[in-house]
Ligand binder design. Structure first.
Ligand code: IPD
Length: 288
């Protein structure tokens, strides 16, 4: 079923309905722009490393989303990937705050690898209210609203109930850093999970879409160091509303700004993954 903007989520009504509807419409519009641009020539620049890419489409889409939302909701605040890269502070205050990744999977986008998404999260009183993620090429709209369930194109999402690592499909992402300590940690964590006999460890190049696979029950766990709040905000609501767990890699509560996450269909699985991981301090989004 294709997303139409109306048939893809829980029944209308409830708090922040107009914000949710605006997010859905903007994600669909942004997705059209990204889908068209995927096969075209791109101007590519680097940010924090040679693997941290940005294109004119990232800027265009972020500008579109923020300008439209600012016009409709002038008192709201914004945290967005390319604004942060340009030096904007990432501070999550109690004010209604939009947390935006205009293209998640920019490296995929640059290579025309069709796993790319738009991610729009929304928090009030520092609590995530809803998340909207649009898989631009497969035209899948994932939504989650606090207390109202998670959906993909109208179908309710449900995480897997797996509790045994030796039966798990685990997802992760490397992030943009390529320094020796980061690479060592990435490879050693993958090795630890393979030693624990996980069925597989997958890297698809879009953390938000990997997290949507987890919410759909198509994978059992996810972990990453270096994941920013704009990669995680929308997906966190979707996973929680699909019955899953999102926590810190220490096994403690999630801190959206800490750049560390373990997510799983069950608390048992999340704790097993957290215990298996070697950790590293990545710095926080709100300290940059
Ligand atoms: C990145 C992707 C990538 C993950 C990085 C993210 P971007 O987002 O999700 O898979 O490894 O940590 O920052 O830069 O494509 O929006």
């Amino acid at each position: 079923m294709k997303p139409s903007g109306e048939d893809q989520a829980a029944p209308a009504g409830g708090p922040w309905e107009d914000c949710f509807e605006a997010a859905v419409q903007l994600a669909l519009r942004a997705g059209q722009i990204i889908r068209k641009a995927l096969s075209e020539e791109k101007r590519v620049s680097t940010k924090t490393s040679a693997a941290d890419l940005v294109t004119e489409t990232d800027h265009l889409v972020e500008g579109l989303i923020i300008s439209e939302l600012q016009e409709r909701f002038p008192s709201h605040r914004f945290i967005a990937e390319e604004s942060a890269a340009a030096g904007a502070k990432c501070v999550l205050t109690p004010s209604p705050t939009w947390i935006v990744d205009p293209i998640d999977g920019t490296c995929n986008f640059v290579h025309r690898f069709p796993t790319v998404a738009v991610s729009i999260g929304f928090a009030v009183d520092q609590e995530l209210e809803f998340g909207v993620i649009y898989h631009c090429t497969e035209e899948r709209l994932y939504t989650g609203r606090r207390g109202r369930g998670a959906f993909c194109n109208g179908q309710r999402l449900q995480v897997s109930g797996e509790t045994d690592i030796s039966k798990a499909l685990v997802l992760t992402e490397i992030g943009p850093r390529r320094d020796p300590a980061t690479l060592k940690l990435f490879l050693s964590n993958m090795e630890r999970l393979l030693h624990a006999k996980a069925h597989g460890v997958r890297v698809i190049g879009s953390s938000t879409l990997a997290l949507c696979h987890l919410a759909s029950g198509a994978a059992d766990a996810y972990y990453q160091f270096g994941l920013h709040c704009w990669d995680l905000a929308a997906a966190t609501v979707i996973i929680r509303e699909a019955g899953g767990i999102v926590m810190d890699t220490s096994g403690g509560p999630l801190d959206l700004m800490s750049c560390r996450v373990v997510a799983a269909g069950t608390r048992e699985m999340a704790m097993l993954i957290a215990q298996a991981l070697q950790t590293i301090n990545y710095g926080r989004d709100d300290e940059k």
